[in-house]
Design a protein around this ligand. Structure first.
Ligand SMILES: [Zn+2]
Length: 209
């Protein structure tokens, strides 16, 4: 189930209601554009940057190494844990992606040029090319909501009754923290593994201590 403040209109639980927000246009090789905040932005295709070396058995993006693994095999790690042990495991997964995925986001940020979209928009546009579902970003003032359709993590886990897309949350908070220059944290408010039509995340500033 979705959290109480994520109503059926916004998270599209299994009622047949539509997901609110803008759906990103699929990236096309010819135009290299994505949709963000209702306007087109030019992005490089992430998959074009990946170096596939079949002899060495490596897939890399600069210094970062990637690996393809079945979604159900990856999420089977968490599925195999006792329910009481899953929150800590998902928290560690989110932290790891924020830490190491954040290194990639920082490289993208440092290679930006004037007029380029911010890192959060770049990550949202590039994630589908990694098979991380179809992402859309809605910004309204300070509020930032991200909808992810076809999350591989939800699909790989199956029916959980709770959110399972910790890597998405980790990557979102890493990218947003770099883009906005302050600590941000992502919360998954709805998850397809908990009966929602799409996964939905909120980004909020880290509370001051
Ligand atoms: Zn999810």
């Amino acid at each position: 189930m979705c959290e109480p403040h994520c109503d059926a209109a916004s998270c599209a639980i299994k009622t047949g209601s539509a997901v609110s927000g803008k759906r990103p246009r699929p990236l096309a090789l010819s135009c290299r554009k994505a949709l963000q905040d209702g306007k087109d932005i030019a992005v490089d295709l992430f998959k074009d940057r990946l170096a596939w070396d079949s002899d060495a058995g490596t897939i890399t993006d600069g210094p970062a190494r990637y690996v393809l693994i079945r979604a159900d095999a990856l999420m089977g790690l968490f599925h195999g844990l006792a329910p009481a042990d899953r929150p800590a495991a998902f928290a560690a997964f989110q932290y790891a992606v924020a830490r190491f995925g954040g290194r990639s986001a920082r490289r993208y940020h440092q290679s930006r040029h004037a007029g380029d979209p911010d890192v959060l928009a770049l990550v949202a546009a590039g994630a589908p090319q990694l098979g991380w579902g179809s992402w859309s970003v809605d910004r309204s003032g300070e509020a930032i909501a991200i909808t992810v359709e076809n999350s591989p993590f939800a699909a790989g886990f199956g029916d959980a009754g709770h959110g399972v897309c910790a890597p998405v949350a980790g990557m979102l908070q890493a990218a947003a923290s770099i883009a906005f220059g302050r600590g941000m944290v992502a919360h998954e408010r709805c998850c397809a593994a908990a009966g929602a039509k799409a996964c939905r995340f909120e980004l909020v500033p880290v509370p001051a201590t």
